[in-house]
Design a protein around this ligand. Sequence first.
Ligand code: GCB
Length: 610
Amino acid sequence: MQETNDILIADYKRDYLAKEATAKGLIFMGGRETISLSGQWNYTVDQYDTCLRQKWFTEVYFDKDGRSLPVDFSFDDWDTITLPCSTNLVKPELFWYEGPLVFTRRFSFDPAILNDTPTSGYTGLSDTGKQVFLRIGAANYTCRVFLNGRYICTHNGGSTPFMWNVTQYLKAENRILLVSDATREHTNVPTENTDWFNYSGVYRDIELVILPEAYIKNLQVNLEPNSGFSKIRIAVEVSDPGSSPKSAVAGISEGTVTVSIPKLNLRTEIPLTEHRGEVILDAAPELWSPSTPKLYEVQAFFGNDTVSDLVGFREISVCGRDILLNGEKIFLRGISVHEDSLYTGKALSDDERMEIIRTAKQLGANYLRLAHYPHHENMARLCDREGLLLWEEIPVYWAIAFDRPATYAAAEDQLETLMFRDFNRASVIIWSVGNENPDSDERFSFMSRLADFAHGYDNTRMVSAACLVDGETISIRDRLADKLDIIGINEYIGWYSPNYDELPLLFQNSNPSKPVIITEFGADATIGLHGSIHDKGTEECQAEVYRRQIEILRTIPYVKGMTPWILFDFRCPRRTAKIQKFFNRKGLVGADRKTLKPAFHVLKDFYHEI
Ligand code: GCB
């Protein structure tokens, strides 16, 4: 009989339901120093979740009388892995594995970082009030954190960051253990069925963030909408002193935050009430746009805390059926992209992100759709710098469990996390609340709530969703459109609907009152496969779909942009045909990111012409 009774307890996860890390626990990261825990870890596949059942993280090796106990793990002898990464690509046996994985490492933490007076036996309390937060950029889908034998927190959501205060659990010598589990569940966001590869593991950075006792929790900087481009809004939030471990300094959080934008000769004191403050100031920044991606350094100071950010100032709005950037009509020459690399899965390097940007620019694009979930935060930072507009999305994809309150809560949390993380990114102009969701009352109320939530959180961006064509009437008709600023439409005429006549019909049958972006059209093409324009899967057929689509779309006055599907071929377990071999081959470029298909040039010619 096992000491822990693990073989008898079916409901072993109940011990890990409390302490869920959500958007509310996030802290502004710009300009902060961090201690990286990325690098070499030990790991194992733990298919039966034995770590959670037996509580391996408590490391009980002896009974109370000192006799040794058998254990089913040996952390330091497990294989090593370099985190972050997509575990599936580490070795062939792991390629299809989605289940629980355990990662662990030791690390030293210098107590002097937290204490003015040197202490030998660090007990976890700092005498300066400084605090240490763990931040994980993303782990798919559920990630449970353990530190020095204690359960710390659980995060749900495969592509959003989370943070947790670990000050009281830290020692000079530490063991951290993470259990990630990418098992697809019907009730998750995304649900179990998607058209992309479900890479598992901890695939974005793991770091410790050192904060003073009172710190800046959030800093939002933006051009105030409808101010004639002449006012900047700055909003700050500081930590709640009640949450600090040292109550003696409670009250420190009231006062002011100083914010400065040196290149605009702007310096202001923002008074705080209940930890928050906001000012709207006169300013005349050079406006950010794809052709002039001007960024300004912003610094904020509060007690011993300093943060900074690089911020562009632009206004995105809708007027009738037009999209306006800085008051001028713009056509969004876009392309969709997944966060997927042949070599690194979802753990792209910045070089790989730049490769996406360069290839999109070669195409003549000014805009990317980051489908279908939050991509790495560096993507929006790079697009700020390089001058590409962005659509960012949460994975409310296909048939989500729209009737479940907990599923809604998960979707809203991912949306709030994404908006918190990327609020200051000028490149991000649209929040998308979902993709191709079959119409039902539950879906309508779920997605309406998300759209309202996005509007309530952020009045500096447009809200959209990629909707389906109404199949019965062949028209743009979706109840959700009332809740959106811009209507996204996925239509695969020439591919899933082979009758090209439906394309002009779709627009004849529709009369939207808002701008429309064709969020997807496309066709598979296997590199080197040739045939007639009617032979599905050939380069010729794909190029023909692009020609026929562009011929019509360019004439529709309310189509104000497009993001055809997709820039690069990407891995997808659903795609088993001879021409697919577990890849979705709708890329304009192969998965090698080098081989351009003829359709690339068709779209490129159009984008360069307009
Ligand atoms: C879609 C989906 C996208 C798929 C694509 C396809 O409509 O939004 O995720 O990958 O079609 O290739 O079928």
